[in-house]
Design a protein around this ligand. Structure first.
Ligand SMILES: Nc1ncnc2c1ncn2[C@@H]1O[C@H](COP(=O)(O)OP(=O)(O)OP(=O)(O)O)[C@@H](O)[C@H]1O
Length: 240
């Protein structure tokens, strides 16, 4: 059996009186692409923020690489791409990348090459010198993805990474995710795009703060006699 990368135990989260996450238990193995699928407002972002150590559960606990989160010194092992782009708009893309490369402790001599590699992947090498405020929405997403990949983290947490990215590039990005997986990296990806969900090794279906099913896309479809993940989701969610 593969080693566990993320252990989520009895995790709940309240904002005021609203219970956003309800008693979640989940193990994510090293080297898998795990997708969190659910409608808007289901709690996906809250859960991945807690895995990344950016939010704390109201109750329960989360371990990443067998260490209780939040843990500051895991920062070099984690890559987190937020849903809204955390970029310095007044700086050029190159300067953003250099800033984050330094923050993540990349050695100076490796930085230039690594920056070129990640920008090639997201097809932005021609725009390195451009101020980020002049980037389109999709370009900002791609730059955020490049930044999350910079330090080759062991665990990549990506909150809707391909929103605003066109289908051709989306395909390239997914190929890159599979290459990372082959290198032994673990990826957690939130999505509400069904065809992306099919590309994950396993899926967690989340609805109104509850994890309603976990399994491979095939298992989830078989268990509900569905022809699509969308249909399986509806059945797990209580539709007849
Ligand atoms: N800081 C906060 N304070 C109060 N409520 C919050 C906070 N953050 C999230 N919520 C609420 O928690 C619920 C879940 O939000 P979350 O962003 O986790 O959902 P999501 O599944 O990621 O949705 P989307 O796909 O639209 O991003 C929503 O009702 C949201 O309004």
């Amino acid at each position: 059996m593969k080693d566990s990368c993320v252990s989520i135990r009895s995790v709940s989260k309240k904002f005021g009186t609203m219970e956003i996450l309800k008693n979640i238990d989940l193990e994510i193995q090293q080297g898998e692409i795990f997708g969190l699928l659910g409608p808007s407002g289901a709690g996906k972002t809250t859960l991945v923020k807690e895995i990344a150590g950016l939010e704390v559960p109201t109750s329960g606990e989360i371990e990443v690489f067998h260490e209780r989160m939040p843990s500051l010194h895991l920062i070099e092992k984690l890559g987190y791409m937020a849903q809204s782009d955390a970029l310095y708009m007044d700086l050029r893309a190159q300067e953003n990348l250099e800033f984050f490369a330094a923050l993540y402790g990349l050695k100076k001599k490796d930085r230039k090459q690594r920056i070129m590699e990640v920008m090639e992947l997201v097809q932005l090498t021609g725009h390195l010198g451009k101020q980020v405020s002049n980037y389109s929405g999709g370009m900002k997403r791609r730059l955020s993805l490049a930044i999350a990949l910079l330090h080759q983290p062991e665990l990549l947490i990506l909150d809707e990474p391909t929103v605003g990215i066109d289908p051709v590039l989306r395909k390239n990005v997914w190929e890159a995710f599979h290459l990372l997986k082959e290198e032994g990296k673990t990826l957690i990806v939130t999505t509400h795009v069904m065809d992306e969900a099919e590309k994950c090794d396993r899926l967690g279906l989340i609805r109104e703060g509850q994890l309603i099913a976990v399994g491979t896309p095939e298992q989830l479809k078989q268990d509900t006699s569905s022809s699509s993940i969308e249909e399986a989701f509806l059945i797990y969610g209580g539709a007849s």
